[in-house]
Design a protein around this ligand. Sequence first.
Ligand SMILES: [Zn+2]
Length: 296
Amino acid sequence: MFERRYFIVAQNFHGTTLLSKLLNDHPAVVSLGDTYPSNRLDQICGCGEPVSSCRFWNAVADDVGSERYRACSHLLPDYPRIVGGGGDRVLYNFLRPGMLSRLIPGVDRKTFARDFEAFEASVHKHGGRPEATVFVDGVKSISRVYALMAAGVRVDGVIHLYRDPGDYIKSTMKQKGNSWRVLLQQLVMYRLFHRLARRTAAWVPYRSVTYEGLADDPVGTLNVLFRFLRVTPKPVAELVLHKREEPWHFMGNASLFGFDGTIRRRRYELSASERRMTRLLAGRYDWEKIHLASRP
Ligand SMILES: [Zn+2]
């Protein structure tokens, strides 16, 4: 079993797969990219196989009994149902863990905790890394962290990953469409998400890092994170060169398949009006100030 568990909270396009990769290269840490495998499509696992024929994910799916959740979008649900649909999103975003635990029926809390613990144990058992002591979960969802706390699962810490809102919004628009509607909607979501993510510091050990900091100073950033995870800091070069027998069964950004340790920061040009709108809606973004901020 792992001795400690940490959770990355971030939005899409924030570099979670990259962060997960760098942490996973540490001999004491296991991290599997930025999501549970999808039930809707057969994703390609980091080992190169589709999830349906990946030995690792098949073993994990069997151990957790994931066939119970075929109707969900992922291998396991993000949180137990309270009222269903959008109502649950609101409840999980705005209520504190203590209130959630009074709202979620006891039997559902137990099932949720048991499923997560079975998942974690299975990852440890089949991951080919018996010496690893720390699990860094990259599913990213804040609601899920609250649901686990409400279910009585110990959370050893939250890593909150930020990215420059201008670069974030441009990456998002490449996928969702280049329109003002997408830009405004996503900027508001960005602001809400990061406010909620910062709030986790009220309940659990918390550390924020930025994608920009990770790209500009990977060594310094990782050392701080390794200390946060209470493992011995190691230089990035040594980590990346360290080759393992077992492939990394990650979910997420496929551009990391051939990762050689070079981090290229994606920068985008914004028009003057896009820049104004980003500043107005996403708030000021001073990554050096946000980077490595922590609260007890
Ligand atoms: Zn695999």
